[in-house]
Design a protein. Structure first.
Length: 233
């Protein structure tokens, strides 16, 4: 299997090409924060669903518009696709982090909308000509950390999903910004102690070589900070 055929990379590339973020924003103007994520989710659901009455896995669209393949209520879990696959409501790492549904598009904890727009943006960063040669995605392209020098010398940027709620956010008018600051300070302090690499090690609950281990490294990924890790490997 070539790199271009990797399951996670196929998804990332598709979303990067399909999602149009900040639609209608003029050059130099404040971002509109509008996107076509509902249209993309509707198309994905149409491809995966047997008919509109049994649509999924994405659910809960904006009440301002109707999408035939996006139900307002969560579909039966796990979702049965038209191709015969069962799509679980949460990733293995979501279960550990007690995360919200990665398929909910609107309302409280609309992680689905964040995923669709965020993954597309991540792909742009990972494939940017100035970053592609010096960055890697954890754990898809790095595996688990086994020692302090766990990435090649030419890699200076590691892209990782972070569970920001493991740290109390710093006082800030914008809570999300306060969480980012708290996580940055946490990572900086660990880096100064040469302990940050430990956070990229194998989670304690994951058995080496197990189906869970393989799924995480090849298709699902992991959330940094979602679980204690094995520090002595």
């Amino acid at each position: 299997m070539s790199d271009k055929d990797l399951p996670w990379l196929i998804v990332w590339r598709y979303l990067s090409e399909a999602i149009k973020d900040d639609e209608g924003t003029a050059p130099g103007a404040r971002p509109s924060n509008r996107s076509n994520r509902f249209e993309v989710a509707n198309k994905i659901n149409a491809l995966l669903s047997s008919d509109p009455k049994n649509a999924g896995p994405f659910w809960s669209a904006s009440p301002n518009a109707a999408y035939p393949y996006i139900p307002q209520k969560r579909p039966s879990q796990p979702f049965q696709s038209a191709q015969g696959y069962l799509i679980e409501p949460l990733r293995l790492t979501d279960l550990r982090a007690r995360s919200g549904s990665p398929f909910r598009l609107f309302g409280t904890a609309s992680v689905g909308s964040q995923s669709l727009t965020g993954v597309g943006r991540l792909h742009e960063l990972r494939s940017d000509p100035q970053l592609a040669a010096v960055s890697a995605v954890w754990p898809f392209e790095t595996s688990w950390a086994m020692k302090a020098k766990w990435v090649p010398q030419h890699i200076s940027i590691v892209h990782a999903e972070i569970y920001a709620s493991i740290k109390e956010p710093k006082p800030d008018a914008v809570k999300d910004r306060g969480q980012v600051i708290a996580m940055w300070e946490w990572a900086r302090d660990l880096d100064e102690q040469n302990l940050l690499w430990c956070e990229f090690c194998r989670p304690i609950e994951v058995e080496p070589g197990s189906k869970e281990d393989i799924a995480i490294q090849l298709t699902e990924g992991w959330i940094l900070g979602a679980s204690p890790t094995i520090r002595n490997q």
